[in-house]
Write a protein that binds this ligand. Structure first.
Ligand code: NDP
Length: 290
């Protein structure tokens, strides 16, 4: 096997750096505001993966000095019950950011719950008002995972303007807002999805390829242009032939790392950046109090 030539885009290290910066800015702001920033994560039900994500977010909050006002509601909670908690948190002056952990149980209407969050407390950047601001290129709270990808590219001084960026995946959570952010930075953007007939033909054109699909090892080295930048948003759990479980992305890491210039690891790439951007959005809203 040819050796790995790609350099790693280390999201874990950058997330730690951002958290230190946030901690310092909270220490500066707190005497003026008279309270720490607050983030409320609402979780409905007992999805084990969501529970891990919520725990990670609350741990990261504690590290930088953000108070957590998490609410864990039973699976059978009604739309009205969840909505009234969101409204209560909208009014709570100790809370700067509100996040509804997705996915929600099927009987709940996600879109109308996201709409209930006050747009200036929308720490996940998924309220239609904030998505609309992104479409218009106006300031606003940006969705965390795509913002994390953009920060990672910037940290490694990867030029986006004039480059061909191929985004694989078109979800409202990742693919679509990411395509808009790349466009805002003057990339030429192609979005591929499950109905794209020849995915390899698309990805081979990309100077920057971002995979946000959720299909393990979908994109292999031969689908990547030599010298490209490969950013892997996908998180997939697979069972290896020896029976052990492993987290992998949407890229076939070994073969892509042979041809790309840069690649994100999974785990340790985009995942930690998502959490860092959530904290950053909360501190941004908090700073508006001054
Ligand atoms: P969705 O399931 O909402 O979207 C997946 C997208 O991939 C869809 O647009 C779908 O197309 C497209 N797709 C599916 N199969 C193919 C295929 N064979 N070829 C090309 N495109 C395909 O997922 P999310 O956007 O929510 O998440 C994507 C991945 O990112 C998941 O693994 C998730 O766990 C991970 N994730 C990671 C985060 C992080 O912090 N690192 C945060 C959020 C998500 P179509 O629209 O046509 O169905």
């Amino acid at each position: 096997m040819a050796p790995q030539t790609a350099s790693l885009l280390n999201g874990k290290a950058l997330a730690q750096k951002i958290q230190l910066e946030l901690k310092a800015s909270i220490e500066q702001l707190q005497p003026k505001i008279g309270r720490p920033p607050g983030l409320a994560v609402i979780m409905v039900g007992d999805d084990p993966a969501s529970a891990v994500y919520v725990r990670n977010k609350e741990r990261a909050c504690a590290k930088v000095g953000i108070a957590s006002f998490g609410r864990h509601l039973p699976h059978q909670s009604s739309q009205q019950e969840v909505e009234s908690i969101i409204k209560e948190l909208n009014q709570d002056e100790r809370v700067d950011g509100i996040l509804v952990q997705l996915p929600l149980p099927a009987h709940l209407d996600t879109v109308s719950l996201l709409l209930a969050i006050a747009p200036d407390k929308d720490a996940d950047g998924l309220h239609p008002m904030n998505l609309g601001r992104l479409v218009r290129g106006e300031k606003g709270l940006r969705s965390c995972t795509p913002a994390g990808v953009m920060n990672l590219l910037e940290e490694y001084q990867i030029e986006v303007a004039g480059k061909h960026a191929v985004v694989v995946g078109r979800s409202i959570l990742v693919g679509k807002p990411l395509a808009l952010m790349l466009l805002e930075k003057n990339a030429t953007v192609t979005i591929a999805h499950s109905r794209t007939p020849d995915l390899g033909a698309m990805t081979r054109q990309g100077d920057i390829i971002i995979a946000a699909v959720g299909k393990p090892l979908l994109i292999t080295g031969e689908m990547v242009k030599p010298g490209a930048v490969a950013v892997d948003v996908g998180i997939n759990r697979i069972i290896r032939p020896d029976g052990a479980s492993q987290l992998v992305g949407d890229f076939h890491f070994d073969s892509v790392a042979e041809v790309a210039n840069y690649i994100t690891p999974v785990p340790g790439g985009v995942g930690p950046m998502t959490v860092a951007m959530l904290l950053q959005n909360t501190v941004l809203s908090y700073g508006q109090q001054v």
